[in-house]
Design a protein around this ligand. Structure first.
Ligand code: UGA
Length: 440
């Protein structure tokens, strides 16, 4: 099938490459010339494992191209829209400028029967607002939210846990209308390989599809802040939050995943999505229904401050002119994304308190340096550790969590203080090697 993908960021570039790998002919369209040039050469403009081989394969097979020319969308059966919906500069709501511009730019190239499939995360109600413009061309607008995780994006796209498609429905029956049912069939064909692998295919209305996405991210954020709230209680009672999470996780109704206490969540999705959800609920007069999300956000931000306080406490009440090595800059491992990164937030705060901060990260160093040029960046982990008075691990890359032993670290640093911002190390092993260990 011929497909177009508008917006070639994390979501769009991975989607385009993944769809080509399923045998479709795909054109990726983006306004950013540098991004298009890079993708056309098979180079991912960001760190995402397994993406480059997929790009190369699609390009070599002649099934995958990238362009800045929207006219290239003409003739595609499905047009996926995967542009960004960042947080507004002056508020919590999502900025829908790019989604609106992508849809408007696409309109002249749509033909009757085409399907426009929104993939971006949008406030509930957005699709219904955009639909008349699309329908005027004879095309159908559906919403097909994306649940991929950075670092696992290729796997999540090719072999998703579930596929959700919101389609226009009849106002009398609530069932998909004729155009909606036809569009759902087209998407079934697009995703035939994932469906053959057993992924559930959920056809629903537009509002439900939009909500599934924000509700999923809100739930994940809540789960993390829940365990971090327990960590706050554990800290004053001497309880062990990791054992608590293990014990809770054995209850299959709860599950262990996303109960990792530490400096909390960041990235381009969870923080902005819960804020946009709160803002949208307030617009709908239902702010109190999700008032807890404000608390989820507050707990999350508190953990970053707590990590900084622990370093200060560990260094005897002041970090002024102390060498602090920060292990990690990305918001999570396997990513070079520093958007709303708790790791960088901690580093910047320590710097603000007068510490000599050295940061290292296997993938995100350049991005971090561009954003915070005032900090000291060192590429090699061991070089970064030299002469440190204290270490704090803020992103649990394997290089730090698994491969750095307390014995080896001790050959490099000046002090013997370690703060584990991700509760990822074996505290007993660090203590046994003579370190003062602080967990979250
Ligand atoms: C998240 C969702 O997991 C995806 O399903 C969703 O598609 C995506 O947002 C999106 O909306 O595009 P992602 O932002 O890539 O994916 O990252 P996650 O793996 O969810 O991690 C988010 C943050 O939570 C990270 O900072 C991570 O360190 C933190 N986290 C995660 C914890 O602090 N504790 C945990 O137990 C798990």
């Amino acid at each position: 099938m011929r497909l177009s993908v508008i917006g070639c960021g994390y979501l769009g570039a991975v989607h385009a490459a993944a769809m080509a790998s399923l045998g479709h002919d795909v054109v990726g369209i983006d306004v950013d010339e540098a991004k298009v040039r890079s993708l056309s050469l098979g180079r991912a403009p960001f760190h995402e494992p397994h993406l480059e081989p997929l790009l190369a394969e699609g390009i070599a097979a002649g099934r995958l191209t990238f362009t800045t020319d929207m006219a290239a969308a003409s003739g595609s059966a499905v047009h996926f829209v995967g542009v960004g919906t960042p947080q507004q500069k002056d508020g919590d709501a999502a900025d829908l400028t790019y989604v609106g511009a992508a849809i408007d730019g696409l309109l002249p190239y749509l033909a009757p029967g085409d399907v426009v499939a929104g993939k971006s995360t949008v406030p509930v109600g957005t699709a219904a607002e955009l639909a008349p413009r699309v329908e005027a061309t004879g095309a159908t607008l559906v919403w097909n939210p994306e649940f991929l995780r950075e670092g696992w994006a290729v796997k999540d796209t090719v072999d998703p846990d579930r596929l959700v498609v919101g389609v226009p429905t009849s106002s009398t029956t609530g069932e998909p209308d004729e155009a909606g049912a036809a569009a759902a069939d087209v998407l079934r064909e697009v995703y035939h390989a994932a469906l053959a692998n057993g992924a559930p295919f959920i056809v629903t209305d537009l509002a439900t599809a939009e909500l599934v996405k924000v509700a999923a991210n809100a739930f994940l954020a809540t789960k993390i802040s829940f365990i971090n709230a327990m960590a706050e209680i554990a800290e004053v009672t001497g309880a062990d939050v990791t054992q608590l999470a293990d014990a809770l996780g054995h209850d299959v109704r709860i599950g262990r995943r996303f109960l990792g206490a530490g400096i909390g969540f960041g990235g381009g999705c969870l923080p902005k999505d819960i804020r946009a959800f709160s803002a949208r609920a307030e617009e709908l007069g239902r702010g109190e229904s999700v008032a807890f999300l404000r608390e989820v956000d507050a707990i999350n931000l508190r953990r970053r401050r707590r990590a900084v306080d622990l370093v200060v406490e560990a260094l005897g009440g002041s970090v002024f002119k102390k060498n602090v090595t920060v292990l990690g800059a990305a918001f999570k491992p396997h990513s070079d994304d520093i958007r709303d990164s708790p790791a960088l937030d901690v580093a910047v705060r320590l710097h603000g308190l007068g510490a000599w901060v050295t940061i290292t990260d296997p993938a995100a160093l350049e991005n971090a340096q561009r954003l915070h040029p005032q900090l000291n960046y060192v590429a090699e982990r061991d070089d970064a550790l030299r002469e440190a008075d204290a270490i704090i691990m803020v992103t649990e890359w394997d290089e730090y969590r698994r491969e750095l032993t307390p014995e080896h670290a001790a050959t490099l640093t000046r002090g013997r203080i370690v703060v584990d911002g991700r509760n990822g190390w074996d505290a007993a092993a660090w203590r046994a090697a003579g370190w003062t260990y602080y967990g979250m």
